[in-house]
Design a protein around this ligand. Structure first.
Ligand code: MSP
Length: 503
């Protein structure tokens, strides 16, 4: 059994997450579920990132303490992850006492090693992004990430010797082509950040309190990204004084799944922090694209935000999971709108999937009282369908291995489409007119049921409830990924899986 540690980013507890943040967790969930399906020993970690000046300010505006504020939002985030049926193994919080203690030890260890030193920070700071920028990094004098104003700040601060690790990191990335994916993100990191040279990183703040205090200099709190990134190790038993067996089993992480905007933190800061602690690097950092609304960035102030709870109430959890996973390609941004969601539900979920299941099961009842066995009367179209059933798993696996999640769904839906076409080619209603075609008719239905079964099994990572419903209707426990020629079906009545929506 192979262990597979997958993490998502930990979401800021500044506001309720929109459907864009929700996309990432559903994406991570589909990978975690797929790995479990193929027998891996999966550990899936997610959670919330709760410190920083932005949160302190929001809490003050709301008239409550920062802790109350983050408790509320973290709870809301967890509720949305649960609503979306996210199968995380651990939900972590950076305000957790244990995390805070280990971060303090990590900071001290880096300091004792000489990788952190005290200096003076003068620079341009973007408060919402919690990021420092050099004048040359600004775009039109504004933050290159969010486009907002930056301000000059000057404060006594601790610095991490990022520059010390620069050459090692360039060499590492060069020698490990899979470390940062997709390729385009890797090139962006190397060309825009590594090649121009790494400056030491300011890793403490004195301008606010809502953070983890530096034990040996308590007016400083630890920079949020040092605090946040270490969540990946503090929560699995890393301890500078001696780590747990769980840590030894789980680390290095197999996949850090993060949005394209924070690949920089994960592929530059994080490796250097880990080297400073003498730890191996994660195997892969994948920077997924973003979900846009009407092709623009989602923003509450622009009024173009969608939330998972509203959408699932209207369309159902699996329809939204399907939409998110299918609609966002490997590396370019995807788009969402309610019209597009309805289009997808009608064309893919109701027409292709729902119809196939409904038609096949009702024919099963009509012609064979719901009891179908394989009579092995195969023509070329049947052989073609069986070949496609048998080829599906390898296609899905190869797409999942390379994080081409939407392609996996396309593969499954291609088989469902072919199955619908197979019904039209075989015309069961014509076969049923002549008793001498009985065995052929039963074979056709058997092949269709096997196609639905294998698709149903492989749909689990993407639409877990729908997968269960399909397998319940087929009333079958066989979860194998290939055509099985000796199943025996005793069907349950079909209930519609997805209704067409007429707007
Ligand atoms: N707290 C940091 C992550 C720290 S990880 C050690 C953070 N939080 S966030 O709440 O702003 O974002 C969480 C994740 O959601 C990030 O990976 C981010 O890229 C992703 N997304 C935010 N908006 C998104 C879309 N519109 N579409 C897809 N993903 C989006 O960054």
């Amino acid at each position: 059994m192979e262990k597979f540690y997958i993490s998502s980013a930990i979401a800021y507890t500044s506001a309720k997450p929109h459907i864009g943040n929700t996309y990432e967790i559903v994406l991570a969930d589909s990978i975690a579920r797929f790995r479990r399906l193929i027998g891996d020993d999966v550990y899936f970690q997610t959670g919330t990132d709760e410190h920083g000046i932005k949160i302190e300010e929001k809490a003050e505006a709301a008239g409550i303490s920062p802790k109350e504020y983050v408790d509320n939002i973290s709870g809301e985030i967890r509720k949305i992850w649960d609503l979306m049926n996210v199968s995380y193994d651990k939900f972590v919080r950076t305000t957790d006492k244990h995390h805070e203690e280990i971060v303090q030890k990590i900071f001290k260890k880096m300091y004792d090693k000489g990788d952190i030193y005290k200096g003076e920070y003068k620079g341009l700071y973007c408060t919402p992004c919690e990021s420092f920028w050099t004048p040359s990094e600004l775009v039109d004098g504004k933050c290159p990430d969010c486009g907002r104003e930056v301000k000059e700040v000057s404060e006594e601060a601790y610095f991490f010797r990022l520059s010390k690790y620069q050459d090692r990191l360039i060499k590492y990335i060069d020698e490990h082509p899979d470390f940062i994916q997709p390729e385009s993100r890797k090139n962006e990191m190397v060309n825009n950040f590594l090649k121009p040279g790494l400056k030491d990183l300011c890793v403490s703040r004195t301008s606010f309190d809502w953070g983890i205090p530096v034990t040996f200099d308590s007016k400083h709190v630890v920079y949020v990204w040092l605090d946040a990134l270490t969540n990946y190790i503090t929560n699995i038993g890393y301890d500078p004084d001696g780590s747990s067996d769980e840590f030894k089993k789980l680390w290095p992480c197999d996949l850090h799944l993060v949005g394209k905007d924070i690949v920089r933190f994960h592929s530059i800061y994080w490796p250097c922090f880990l080297w400073s602690l003498d730890l191996p690097l994660p195997k892969k950092i994948f920077g997924h694209p973003w979900l846009l609304m009407n092709n623009g960035k989602m923003s509450k102030s622009k009024g173009n935000v969608l939330y998972a709870d509203d959408l699932t109430q209207k369309y159902g959890v699996d329809a939204i999971r399907y939409y998110l996973l299918h609609e966002i390609p490997y590396e370019s941004d995807g788009n969402i709108s309610e019209d597009l969601i309805v289009e997808r539900i009608n064309s893919d979920l109701a027409n292709i999937l729902g119809n196939l299941v409904q038609r096949t099961i009702s024919m099963g009842f009509k012609y064979f009282d719901g009891h179908i066995e394989n009579k092995n009367v195969l023509d070329d179209d049947s052989k073609n369908l069986i070949n496609s059933i048998n080829g599906l798993f390898d296609k899905v696996k190869s797409d999942m291995d390379t994080i081409h999640i939407s392609d996996s769904l396309t593969d499954i839906f291609d088989l469902l489409r072919l199955s619908n076409k197979y019904i039209d080619l075989e015309t069961p209603w014509v076969l049923a007119k002549d008793d001498k075609n009985k065995d052929k008719l039963e074979t056709v239905l058997y092949n269709l049921l096997e196609s639905i079964r294998v698709s149903g099994v492989l749909l689990e990572p993407f639409m877990p409830d729908t997968s269960k419903k399909i397998l319940d209707e087929l009333n079958i426990s066989d979860k194998s990924f290939k055509f099985n020629d000796s199943n025996s079906y005793s069907l349950n009545e079909a209930k519609p899986l997805f209704m067409r929506i007429n707007n």
